[in-house]
Design a protein around this ligand. Structure first.
Ligand code: SF4
Length: 232
């Protein structure tokens, strides 16, 4: 797997915020099996960016050994790529920790990969994923398997819930609270209105008032280790 296309299309060389307790680099895999209207990475999802060489990434990591401790594999959706397992193996081979950011629709892939930290997005109720372009009939069962993986990881996993109007309200928060019951860490993620959305029209109606986020936070916090609104 030298210099061949492995699906990585963007690379943030240094990050202090994407991998808890770990100075990291972030690699973005192209393409996604969802089309969230608030998605902040439209060019990545639409596969419009040129390939990043894995050899260049590995060279950089070797030169910064001890300075960069881990790599975040994000996207897009990394589990769509057959290269995910081999990429993780190469990173592990040079003693790097690995975090995976995923929408959790492919738990069978996650189970095959040796990673150190799992960040799972739960976008809304599983029954509403069809609104996000999900075509999988067993979406519900797949998400439950992925949530179970986060639950089992304790402090080495987290669930992230985007705060997007139409996809979360009081009733949905009550149901999500039951779905994620027992998970150590849950974050409600306010959307970033400073960047391009996949659906720019949706941006006009996406915003939720902070009081609503506080209400959802306290509903979910009752069932999990901790629930915070990210960035506050
Ligand atoms: S937000 Fe994540 S899951 Fe949704 S379209 Fe963007 S990359 Fe895919």
């Amino acid at each position: 797997m030298h210099n061949e296309r492995v699906g990585i299309c963007a690379w943030q060389k240094n990050s202090f915020v994407d991998f808890p307790g770990t100075v990291s680099s972030v690699l973005f895999f192209e393409g996604c099996n969802l089309q969230c209207p608030w998605c902040h990475n439209p060019q990545i999802v639409k596969r419009q960016l040129p390939a990043v060489s894995l050899d260049d990434v590995l060279d950089f990591m070797r030169k910064r050994k001890g300075l960069i401790e881990g790599v975040v594999l994000s996207g897009g959706e990394p589990t769509l790529h057959a290269s995910l397992g081999p990429v993780v193996e190469k990173l592990k081979h040079i003693d790097l920790k690995v975090k995976i950011d995923t929408n959790g629709l492919h738990p069978e892939i996650l189970q095959e990969v040796e990673f150190d930290y799992l960040a799972l997005d739960i976008k809304t109720l599983p029954s509403k994923y069809v609104l996000l372009g999900c075509t999988l009939k067993d979406c519900d069962a797949r998400l439950k398997r992925s949530i179970e993986m986060v639950r089992a990881r304790g402090d080495y996993g987290e669930i992230r819930i985007p705060c997007a109007s139409g996809y979360i309200d009081r009733e949905i928060a009550l149901e999500i609270a039951q779905l994620v019951k027992g998970v150590a860490r849950v974050f409600l993620q306010p959307l970033n209105y400073k960047v391009e959305f996949l659906d720019e029209e949706y941006k006009q109606t996406a915003r939720l008032p902070h009081e609503k986020l506080e209400e959802f936070r306290s509903i979910i916090a009752a069932e999990v280790g901790e629930c915070k609104i990210r960035g506050t």
